[in-house]
Design a protein around this ligand. Sequence first.
Ligand SMILES: [Mg+2]
Length: 237
Amino acid sequence: MLRLFTDFDGPIVDVSERYYRVYQFCLEKTQRPDQSIRELSKAEFWQLKRSRVPEKQIAFNSGLDEVQAVEFAQLRRKTVHTEQYFQYDTLVPGAVDALLKIQQAGIDLAVMTMRRVWELDYAFQKFQLDRFFPENRCYCLSNDYVKTRDIEDKPLLMTRAIAELPAVADCWMVGDTEADITAAKKHDIKAIAVESGIRDRTQLEIYQPDLIVRDLSFAVDLILEGKFSQQQPLYIA
Ligand SMILES: [Mg+2]
């Protein structure tokens, strides 16, 4: 049996609109009435996120001062995972077809995400994705989980998955951040990074995944063509 772990936000769901709306809201709430600020365009904002520019710096770039930047970052953290903003999430083009292909090929499919149960359920309902992920193939955070940092929490989730799931001959992890790459590499799972999410290629390269590809479709095609397996190690940049 073969297994594919996929991250959720980045490979399957595009969160850029949600993040941008929250940015706009936080900027509006933080600015003083008389203050002139510079609202970033969505493209500018998303490029900053993809190059991993901290929230405080994004606040400075938008014309906020030091005190406001702290307030902005706090408000952003509090707001970005509230229910009213999840409606702005969209599907990554081609992601559902890629999931269908994996399912039809009989590859064991599991999702591994830093979403909480209710956040994952929300998207499962909205995009009809629960057909791909039975409950025992969903690795996410409980609703009351106290998050530390993704790069520490995700490998823990992977440890649990490896302990619980039946052993497989070959395994891949697809994800869009350093947390996914780190979780995979800690467990000797091949790490495929996708550029459809919240990190650009330069950021992904720092963590040395086995492969960097455009998106989940591309990753799935490579796996199904047998071009990327334990038996035939091959690096395609
Ligand atoms: Mg992600």
